[in-house]
Design a protein around this ligand. Structure first.
Ligand code: ARG
Length: 226
């Protein structure tokens, strides 16, 4: 038991460094994912086929395939294809690749969150604004999206938590995030039990903290009071 505690104490600094990378990658990915998601939601809701079909294909492909496969495809598959075409070896930074893949992945999930949020706003709001002479785009931006935003907040917080945990898949391409930091320590010490318990607890502390923060900000925003 004493050696288990010793390992936990020894590994903790690298786990915390890894946790910083985990939070950074997740935050950037949910940020870019939200931007992608808003456009894809509008695309999917659009009556114009040029916007509708690409959004549907993107959302279906991302949500219908495992994140792990997307990570391997983006980090090994696509650079490999490009190297074959150009004849030059191509290597991308794992952290950059991780942020790109997780942003693209998150975008598809956020798109469905945003679409559901928009569709939850009564149709009469659009009709009323249109009858006052506002354009469709203007109504969307000034009337519908601000109201949808309050309903989108809680599932967006949930998306952050899901991605925080699933970003552990980036360990397979060598992103020095939380899980990878633990694995590196296990590789030299074989102390798998204390290390993986430690890794799990650091994830747990982070997810519990975030869900508390989300609850708190929901109350302040008055989500659910409308
Ligand atoms: N676990 C699922 C997968 O591997 C979801 C991944 C990401 N989820 C998310 N909400 N961004 O495909």
């Amino acid at each position: 038991l004493q050696s288990y505690i010793g390992h936990i104490i020894n590994v903790m600094p690298s786990l915390l460094q890894g946790a910083v990378i985990t939070v950074e990658v997740t935050s950037l990915s949910v940020f870019f994912g939200t931007i992608i998601g808003i456009f894809m939601a509008l695309g999917k809701l659009s009556k114009s086929k040029i916007f509708h079909y690409p959004s549907v294909v993107y959302i279906d492909f991302i949500r219908g395939t495992p994140l792990l496969v997307q990570i391997l495809l983006f980090y090994y598959g696509i650079p490999g294809l490009i190297s074959n075409v150009t004849g030059e070896p191509l290597r991308i930074d794992p952290i950059l690749a991780g942020v790109v893949v997780c942003s693209i992945n998150s975008g598809a999930y956020v798109a469905e969150i945003v679409r559901a949020g928009i569709q939850s706003i009564e149709k009469g709001q659009m009709e009323a604004a249109r009858s006052l002479g506002m354009s469709h785009a203007q109504t969307m931006k000034d009337i519908i999206l601000p109201q949808a935003f309050r309903r989108i907040m809680p599932p967006l917080g949930n998306e952050f938590i899901v991605l925080l945990k699933d970003s552990s898949l980036l360990a397979v391409i060598g992103v020095p995030e939380l899980l990878k930091s633990g694995q590196l320590y296990v590789a030299t010490t074989f102390a798998s039990f204390p290390v993986y318990i430690g890794v799990a607890l650091v994830y747990l502390v982070m997810t519990l903290t975030i869900s508390r923060l989300v609850h708190y900000s929901e109350r302040r925003l008055g989500v659910g009071n409308d």
